[in-house]
Design a protein around this ligand. Structure first.
Ligand SMILES: Cc1cc2nc3c(=O)[nH]c(=O)nc-3n(C[C@H](O)[C@H](O)[C@H](O)COP(=O)(O)O)c2cc1C
Length: 158
């Protein structure tokens, strides 16, 4: 018998994670960004990572259209960005500090890390899609991460 959905959520909420905002753009050049905690490193050689994007999100199609995305690891000073990119805001990038990387996709300034990624593999992940991608470049900054645990934001203990 499959696990009860509430129990499943409850169990998974006890897995602590960082928080990312993944940005991309669609074929018409419109920018998209989603708060994503379903991020994982996959391989060192070649350098691969994965993200899981819910099929029902507005931005889902944009990942397939561009084949490219940027993973921005949020710092503990970017909680508002996490909230913003997890909400149905008309223009999520309005008032947000960003620059452009090699792919012409927004790179959120003030993040701990920005990974520029090219999609290699698209997999079935139930109500999510698993995008496995090659990491083509990384920008690395100092700071502490924004954390997520038991459905709430946390900060590193000093
Ligand atoms: C902390 C946090 C983590 C999230 N992680 C994911 C995730 O890994 N994958 C996903 O598809 N949505 C995730 N979401 C939900 C999306 O950010 C949310 O559905 C977003 O509004 C989708 O944007 P869109 O519909 O404009 O494309 C997360 C939300 C929060 C607050």
């Amino acid at each position: 018998m499959p696990i009860d959905q509430d129990e499943f959520r409850n169990a998974l909420s006890r897995f602590a994670s960082g928080v990312t905002v993944v940005t991309t753009k669609d074929a018409a050049g419109k920018f998209h960004g989603i708060t994503v905690s379903a991020f994982s490193s996959v391989s060192l050689d070649p350098p691969l990572i994965l993200i899981c994007i819910e099929r029902a999100t507005v931005s889902h199609y944009a990942f397939e259209e561009s084949g490219l995305f940027v993973v921005n690891f949020l710092s503990d000073r970017q909680l508002e960005l996490s909230e913003r990119f997890a909400s149905p805001v008309e223009d999520k990038f309005d008032g947000v500090d960003f620059s452009f990387g090699e792919f012409g996709i927004p790179i959120l300034l003030g993040s701990l890390v920005n990974l520029e990624c090219r999609i290699r593999n698209i997999g079935d992940g139930g109500d999510h899609t698993i995008f496995i991608a090659d990491v083509e470049s990384a920008t690395i900054n100092d700071g502490d991460p924004l954390l997520y645990f038991r459905s709430d934001y946390r900060q590193m203990a000093e």
